[in-house]
Every structure is written in C-alpha cells, then in structure tokens.
Design a protein around this ligand. Structure first.
Ligand code: PLP
Length: 320
C-alpha cells in the first residue's frame, strides 16, 4: 500500500487512547440477522462518552502533540462530533480548542462543544470556507490544525475499531461503515484488510452530496455543493488537497451504498423502535444499507453505528 499508515500505527493508537476511550459493545441484532439472512452485529460507537467514534482519533491526535504544541492549542473544523471530541480531550489535557463551525452545524452540537470549553466560531457557509478560516487562525495564532479525517493519527485512532471487531468477531467477512471524509472507513478497512484482504468493506453515505464516493468515481477529489441532510455528520468535502484518506479509501473500499433521506429517516426510526438505540442520521446509514437490502453482504456482518448525537425533536418527529 502506498500510504504511510500501518497496522502498527493502529496498535500504537490503541495503547495510547485506552485510558480515555471506551471499548464499545458489539451486539448481535436478531431482527437484522433475520432480514439479511446473515449474522449481523452492531458496533455501538453511540456508547462513547461524546456520543460518537470521533473520540478515538481526537484522543490519539491530541496525545501525540508535543508539549509546545499543546501549550499553544489546536484549531479544527467540524460538523459537530469531531469538534466535541477534540473539545473533550482538550479539556482533559488542558489544551485550548478553537472550532470553526460551518453554518449548517446543528445548535445542539454547538452547545455541546461550548459546554466542554471550546471556543466555537461561526465560520462561513460551507465546510471548505470554515477550513480556510481554521487555516488562517492556525497561522496567525500558532495553533495546530486538527483535521477531522485527513491525518494519520486520526485514521489510526478510528482504526482501533477494526482491531476490536477482529478480536470479538474473528469470522467477520463484511463491515458496513458510514463514509464521509474516510477516516473511519479508512482506518477500519486498513485493520481488517491487514488481517484478511478478503473481508469486504462497504461504505454507506447519503445520496445528497456523497463527496468521497463521487470523488472516487471521478478519480480525483471533487468539491460538491452542500445540501442539508438528516446525515448532518457526513456533510462536508474531502479537501481538494486530500493527502491520505482518498488513496486509502480507494484501496480498501469494496462497495459504496447511497441512501435517500427517507431511507436514513427510516433507519433512525428502526434503530429507536426495534433496537432501542438513539442514532443520528450519519450514524444510521450503515443500518439503513442493511435494512433496505442495499449492500451485498456475506455471512458475518458488522455494522458500525457511528454516532448517537441526534437532534431529539427531529428524531421523535421521525419516530411518531
Ligand atoms: C464523522 C462521522 C462519520 C464519518 O466519518 P469520516 O471519517 O469523516 O468518514 C460517520 N458518522 C458519524 C456519526 C460521524 O460523526
């Protein structure tokens, strides 16, 4: 593989983040197993303290900063869950955290970041504009820019999920993983394919603006207009100057599934009613891919349920 991230990097991440990050439950879903005609397990990243897997990468990244970098602080761009994870770790480690939030970030996610002590700046209409702002702040104030996905330390942190899956479910033949910038799928795919290249890695995205999937089709990173979606945590580009995740995802992704807003909504509703889980739209796309029979599955499937920070009013509306 041409990228610079190795399985060792993921093991090192696991050792570093173990005191800060939960090993999340892996539970069998009888109902989805029946529907899919396969053994289907759910990896519940909703159980992380910040409500999403992003704590893994953020913990690894902040722990690997030098003392001088920690003293100066960090800046990041986020649709909410990454910013919250960085803010959480920043508070634990005494690191100043500035988050540049694009206009579409939900109010309850901004509140969660502020409650953890982050300085949240409204920074432009799109993820790309917010990124420019973050870059400028990094240069002006000597802050370290922490990418939500395009960083080997972030990717390795998310990849720890792959190690946990292999240990608890060594017979796994398919992983269904929500896909946006590709840190999550890239890290998990790297770990699973290192164990056995035959394990299928299926990405799930929303049909409204699936930047990574369109970029892979085009053979280069693209920029797409942002549209509001129930999967708000999957919004945003992959960066026209993407360094790691585009190549990594290209290497480990076997199939990509796109979900309509209706399908995402029904996956959230299914999660709540049948699995008794609060799952946000971006966290539910893997569930949706299985629920709606959109993914080609093997016999032993792990679905990553990546986050639970749903807008409650919205979720209850969907569920009624
Ligand atoms: C960020 C996020 C994703 C996508 O992760 P990437 O590494 O950007 O592909 C999926 N689900 C949730 C809940 C997220 O917060």
């Amino acid at each position: 593989m041409s990228h610079s991230i190795t399985l060792r990097h993921i093991y090192l991440a696991r050792q570093a983040i173990a005191p800060y990050v939960r090993r999340t439950p892996l539970v069998r879903s009888p109902l989805l197993s029946q529907r899919a005609g396969a053994e289907v397990y759910l990896k519940l990243e909703t159980a992380q303290e910040t409500g999403a897997f992003k704590l893994r990468g953020a913990a690894n990244k902040l722990l690997r900063l030098s003392d001088a970098e920690r003293a100066r602080g960090v800046v990041t761009v986020s649709t909410g869950n990454h910013g919250r994870a960085v803010a959480y770790m920043g508070r634990l480690l005494g690191v100043r955290v500035v988050v540049c939030a694009p206009a579409l970030v939900l109010a309850h996610k901004i509140k969660a970041m502020r409650d953890l002590g982050a300085e949240v700046i409204a920074a432009g209409a799109s993820q790309d504009e917010a990124e420019c702002r973050a870059l400028a702040l990094a240069q002006e104030q000597g802050l370290t820019l922490v990418s939500p996905f395009d960083d080997p330390d972030i990717i390795a942190g998310q990849g720890v999920i792959g190690l946990e899956l292999l240990e608890e479910l060594p017979q796994i033949d398919t992983a269904v993983v929500p896909l946006s910038g590709g840190g999550l799928l890239g890290g998990i795919g790297l770990a699973l394919k290192a164990a056995d290249p035959a394990v299928r890695v299926v990405g799930a995205s929303m049909a409204r603006g699936p930047v990574m999937v369109e970029s892979l089709r085009a053979g280069r990173p693209l920029q797409l207009p942002e549209e509001p979606t129930l999967a708000d945590s999957l919004m945003g580009g992959i960066g026209l100057d993407n360094r790691y995740t585009f190549d990594l995802v290209r290497q480990v992704l076997d199939d990509a599934v796109l979900l309509s807003e209706e399908e995402i909504g029904s996956a959230m509703r299914y999660a709540l009613r049948e699995e008794h889980l609060v799952v946000e739209g971006g966290g539910a796309v893997g569930l949706g891919a299985v629920l709606h029979g959109k993914a080609q599955l093997g016999r032993c499937v792990a679905v990553v349920v990546s986050g639970g920070n749903a807008d409650m009013a919205r979720l209850l509306e969907l569920a009624s």
